[in-house]
Design a protein around this ligand. Structure first.
Ligand code: SAM
Length: 242
């Protein structure tokens, strides 16, 4: 996967490229990340990328022209490699990010992510060059860099080979429409709380069943909306009743 990110603060993306799973995945060549600063596409000495909003009001708006030039360059570089680009603007007005959305985006060959600042970007840029808008939640951050990194981290962990067996995403929350089960490690007793005996039994079938039951119970308690959307198997229905 080739990823082009347009941001006024490209150095922030070191959080993704220099640490942990997303760094290792990059070293293994599972994705390439190219950072583009829209100031490089300005014509004036001050490298201006924002201006006052038409109609007045608070804040500044990112101008369409430098962003358009940056997006066109990013798309051209993907197309030159035979990759089909998908252009996404991170925005609180976008479609909420979900596991399903992540799984759909992980199959994109080329992503262009626009991380904006200020009050947002000129609407005409969105209408002419952006394919979709994605939100990471119903709150407003100061810029699109953290949302872009949230989106990229979630996608990169799903790329084949990004996770070793030890980090396997197969039982993560949402993968199977359920929340993850509780995890325990040494010591056997902590603050008077013992590890559930079944986990010490060595009985793999019983451990699998206990974990599935815990996932179901936790999901029912914390996210009943997920259970409502899910067709339960006979075993799952029985475990929820037990
Ligand atoms: N005026 C905008 C609004 O109310 O929708 C918020 C602008 S915000 C201060 C600046 C930028 O941060 C946005 O254009 C977007 O790129 C990013 N951003 C902020 N919150 C976000 C969220 N929840 N999801 C995705 N991007 C977000």
């Amino acid at each position: 996967m080739q990823i082009e990110v347009i941001s006024l603060f490209p150095e922030m993306f070191a959080a993704l490229t220099e640490h942990g799973i997303t760094s290792r995945a990059r070293q293994r060549g599972l994705y390439q990340l190219n950072l583009i600063n829209p100031r490089e596409y300005t014509q004036d000495v001050h490298h201006t990328v924002d201006d006052r909003p038409y109609g007045g009001g608070p804040g500044m708006v990112m101008m369409a022209e430098p962003l358009a030039a940056a997006i066109k360059d990013a798309k051209a570089s993907l197309q030159a490699r035979g990759l089909t680009p998908t252009v996404i603007h991170l925005s609180p007005r976008g479609q909420p990010l979900t596991h399903e959305k992540v799984m759909a985006l992980k199959d994109c060959e080329g992503l262009v992510l626009l991380a904006s600042r200020y009050e947002g970007v000129d609407q005409r840029l969105l209408e002419s060059l952006v394919d979709e808008e994605v939100s990471i939640g119903d709150y407003v951050l100061s810029g699109g860099e953290l949302p872009a990194m949230v989106l990229l981290d979630a996608i990169i962990r799903q790329l084949p080979g990004a996770l070793g067996d030890a980090d396997s995403a197969q039982e993560d929350s949402f993968v199977n429409g359920l929340l993850d089960y509780p995890h325990y490690t040494r010591p056997e007793v902590f603050e008077g709380l013992a590890v559930p005996p079944v986990l010490l039994s060595g009985h793999h079938a019983k451990i699998r069943q206990w974990r599935l039951q815990q996932s179901l119970l936790l999901t029912r308690a914390k996210r009943p909306d997920l259970l409502a959307e899910r067709q339960l198997t006979k075993e799952e229905a029985r475990l929820l009743k037990d």
